[in-house]
Design a protein around this ligand. Structure first.
Ligand code: FE2
Length: 134
């Protein structure tokens, strides 16, 4: 049983964005499954690489849609993205000094992001983008 099951109600209605969000949920569940089998720590390093890549690409996509639609909460939304990116860059810096984040720490961090950003701020953005398209 995965930790986080995607519900259609989390969809923003923008296919590119929803595709990325599902991918992120997949990463969270992969980590959780590995942790249940006692291998969480072994995949944290690869997960961090995938997150650094994911975040940059995905935030560019979202910010492109927000800019194009003149989303009024763009600055606040972008600040949340920057906080997330700063946090994973801090984890990357820690890794370089030999202190890789714990799998539990990574899982908490990502679940918090799904709760506080993906299913709230991104939903709000999605509602706006759908409204201006209709
Ligand atoms: Fe976002």
């Amino acid at each position: 049983m995965p930790l986080f099951i995607w519900k259609p109600s989390y969809d923003t209605g923008v296919p590119e964005i929803d595709h990325d969000h599902r991918l992120l949920v997949g990463l969270v569940n992969e980590l959780y499954e590995a942790m249940k089998q006692g291998h969480g720590y072994e995949i944290v390093e690869e997960l961090l690489d995938r997150l650094l890549d994911y975040a940059q690409r995905h935030f560019d996509t979202e910010e492109g849609f927000m800019r194009a639609g003149n989303y009024p909460k763009f600055a606040d939304h972008r600040a949340e993205h920057q906080r997330f990116y700063n946090d994973i860059q801090t984890m990357d810096a820690r890794r370089r000094s030999g202190r890789l984040p714990l799998s539990t720490e990574m899982l908490d961090f990502l679940c918090d992001w799904l709760r506080t950003h993906v299913s709230t701020s991104d939903k709000d953005m999605g509602r706006y983008l759908q409204r201006i398209q209709s």
